[in-house]
Design a protein around this ligand. Structure first.
Ligand code: SAM
Length: 270
């Protein structure tokens, strides 16, 4: 199997899998809306790429119903083992494969993915490769974040310091922070018709403790996967401190925070 580039959140960790479940629940409603707007429907055969613990596969399995089916691929066998117990739906098959290695030309009614293109070295090449698995007239639909546009009002300094650290780490790992904003151009570059877009803002307030836990969990996963063992504990402690300060500042200022936009893009293969 070909080796994908380094994935910043690491592989094989139970805490990372639980983080993906929690994140998946938070963005479930908008993801479902995007798939339905894109035309994913009953009885379809759908490929879910970079499925992780199966949060997207679970939604698609529900939308396509018992006569439809989902093939969900990921490079991480640990995530797939977790997914098989977490999403025991009879119409989902989890398979271990990289995107590069997967090839079933024209065999799917749709290909979908969430928070995956942003982690790939060349999203246009991946889109071209992935759409080859879809029949003519079938759907190509991705949901990706548009990071780097974080805002807070009143301004929460610790939040912006926290995010800047995260952005630096994501950039260093080769992730595309603006992936949501690139989908339109990248679909066209990959030879697909101009996609339609749907966006949803991830907005929170100090009351939303789960939001702050989620931010912290993302940073912790990234640190565990990328920081050398000798420095790991001190970096984790530092980030935990910033995380606590961020929440306290947001609460005391009664701030509203915009984390990112999630952008869904879809079009039909010619
Ligand atoms: C941020 S997670 C998103 C998981 C899921 N799509 C969701 O929204 O909950 C990205 C997943 O893509 C997988 N991945 C990264 N690069 C890959 C590649 N080249 N081929 C297949 N899977 C890949 C990772 O192992 C990880 O499980």
């Amino acid at each position: 199997m070909s080796q994908p580039q380094q994935y910043i959140y690491g592989r094989g960790s139970e805490s990372e899998y639980k983080r993906l479940v929690r994140q998946g629940r938070r963005y479930e409603e908008e993801t479902r809306t995007i798939f339905q707007k894109a035309g994913i429907a009953q009885d379809m055969r759908v490929l879910d790429v970079g499925c992780g613990v199966g949060e997207v596969s679970r939604i698609v399995a529900d939308v396509v119903g018992p006569r439809g089916n989902v093939v969900a691929i990921d490079v991480d066998p640990g995530a797939l083992a977790f997914a098989r117990t977490h999403v025991p739906a009879a119409n989902v098959e989890f398979r271990c494969s990289t995107i590069d290695d997967f090839s079933e030309p024209d065999n799917f009614d749709a290909v979908v993915g969430r928070f995956i293109l942003m982690h790939l070295a060349n999203p246009v090449v991946a889109l071209r490769k992935l759409s080859s698995n879809v029949r003519s007239g079938g759907i190509v639909c991705f949901v990706e974040p548009w990071h780097g546009i974080s805002m807070s009002h009143p301004r929460v300094e610790a939040f912006h310091a926290f995010m800047e650290g995260g952005f630096q780490a994501l950039r260093a790992a080769g992730a595309h922070l603006e992936m949501g904003a690139r989908l339109y151009a990248d679909f066209i570059e990959a030879g697909l018709p101009a996609p339609q877009l749907h966006t949803a803002a991830a907005v929170s307030t100090g009351d939303d403790s789960e939001f702050f836990e989620m931010l912290l969990e993302s940073a912790q996963s990234g640190i565990r996967a990328t920081v050398p063992e000798a420095q790991r504990d001190s970096v984790l402690a530092q980030v935990e401190g910033i995380g606590k300060a961020m929440r306290e500042e947001a609460v005391s200022k009664r701030a509203t925070i915009l984390l990112m936009l999630n952008v869904g893009a879809w079009s039909r293969k010619p």
